[in-house]
Design a protein around this ligand. Structure first.
Ligand code: SF4
Length: 429
């Protein structure tokens, strides 16, 4: 029997797809990428943007046609399944089961004919590892309590729930046995982690401290996404003082204007964000940043947009996920007065992207020459004598070596030049 999983959206969705895949493989199923060979198809959906939902409706049309050609079980899960359960059942009756976020762990049972049980709360899966991978997600939280006014996550994933420390440590030991080299701790608001362990209250920096003694092969510990308002001094110290924690921090700023941040309900200000960035740069050696930032939030003026540009300039990210505000039905921002015309939002975004591309090239050029620890990701397609690798700062390398390598190998690279977004160099042996 073969299964096929289509995944959309955030890293947590991808991690959950990996976990479902492993559960099915554990039950003797084989994975396929070929639609006509699949006996069961799982579509793990996303609701964050309307465009994502539209795309999934399109894919459902495809799978409906496929179902007419051969027998298969079609399951829709994830945030869209949670948000539009009734609509999906009505508009796409050929779907065999619409399974909400909380019940994803039941998918393997459903496929073999077991009845579905509705669960009131989210349950973490036992492992999110994908066989053979040297990099793994480790979900530590689900849901969000923040209700940023543009975001649908708290409505579809529910309130924050933290995975027990014991389960996280157990998974890390398992990943160590599997030879994993990097992990990414995941949560919608990862630095509001909160749990009890051995009679102690454990927050996010304390969780990092508890994880560290278990690391042997794991070289880089990353985490996504922290909220600037919850970035404590303790967290900064733990990152600064421990080599295994990546010094590349994804810090979503969203806007550089205090008034817009308040409208977004980000519970922070331009001044606080800048003070945090300065403190982190002072305290954490060799720190690099990435961020999420948007243009054209309702009522954003040209001056407020300029404040975003100047914050980005001071922050100095080596990568950024930039987008324009896209109203999400069901959120407060979608019905706010002062929606900005699409052409203006796009124009602002284009300049933001243009400046960022130039800035990141300047930052990266200034780093040269340098030596970096990196993980081999494969062979170069353009030059079969070179390998590709990814470093601690999420930077990409193309390097020559006198040694043969496999993906997942740890290498030390002397980076000599920058070509596009990739550092070129050679392995230090
Ligand atoms: S912190 Fe804000 S943007 Fe992030 S998931 Fe929560 S509500 Fe959405």
């Amino acid at each position: 029997m073969r299964f096929l999983i289509e995944s959309y959206g955030c890293q947590l969705n991808m991690a959950e797809s990996d976990a479902i895949e492993m559960m099915l493989i554990g039950r003797g199923w084989d994975k396929t990428e070929e639609p006509d060979k699949a006996d069961a198809v799982i579509i793990n959906t996303c609701s964050v943007r309307k465009t994502a939902e539209n795309r999934i409706w399109g894919r459902l049309g495809f799978w409906s046609a496929e179902k007419k050609k051969h027998k298969l079980i079609l399951i829709v899960t994830g945030c869209m399944a949670e948000r539009m359960q009734e609509e999906l059942k009505k508009e796409a009756p050929y779907i065999d089961a619409v399974i909400g976020t909380n019940e994803k762990a039941e998918i393997p049972d459903f496929i073999i004919g077991e009845p579905l049980e509705h669960l009131d709360g989210y349950r973490f899966l036992s492992s999110y590892y994908r066989e053979g991978d040297y990099s793994s997600y480790v979900p530590i939280m689900n849901g969000c309590n923040n209700f940023c006014s543009y975001c649908i996550v708290p409505y579809v994933r529910g309130r924050e729930i933290s995975r027990p420390v014991e389960e996280i440590l157990k998974e890390i030991c398992f990943l160590e046995q599997k030879g994993v080299k990097e992990i990414t701790l995941l949560g919608q608001n990862v630095n509001s982690y909160s749990a009890e362990y051995n009679g102690e209250h454990v927050d996010f920096p304390r969780l990092l401290e508890l994880i560290l003694p278990y690391l042997r092969n794991i070289m880089f510990v990353r985490f996504e996404s922290p909220h600037p308002k919850d970035f404590s001094d303790h967290l900064i110290s733990v990152i600064a003082d421990n080599d295994r924690i990546s010094k590349h921090i994804h810090l979503p700023v969203q806007s550089g204007s205090t008034r817009i941040l308040q409208l977004m309900n980000r519970k922070t200000t331009r001044e606080k964000t800048l003070a945090l960035i300065r403190k982190m740069k002072e305290r954490i050696p060799h720190l690099t940043f990435s961020t999420d930032v948007m243009t054209g939030f309702p009522t954003e003026s040209e001056e407020e947009y300029e404040e975003t540009l100047s914050l980005m300039e001071e922050m100095g990210c080596t990568e950024a996920f930039m987008y324009y505000f896209n109203p999400r039905e069901g959120t407060r921002a979608a019905s706010m007065d002062g929606q900005i015309e699409e052409s203006v939002k796009i124009k602002r975004l284009e300049r933001l992207i243009d400046e960022q591309i130039k800035r990141q090239a300047v930052i990266k050029e200034a780093m040269l020459p340098f030596t970096a620890l990196a993980i081999v990701t494969g062979k170069s397609r353009d030059d079969e004598d070179r390998y590709l690798a990814r470093g601690e700062h999420n930077d990409y390398f193309s390097f020559s070596s006198s040694i043969s390598h496999n993906p997942g190998d740890a290498v030390i690279i002397d980076a000599e030049e920058l070509k596009g977004n990739t550092f070129r160099g050679k392995e230090r042996v």
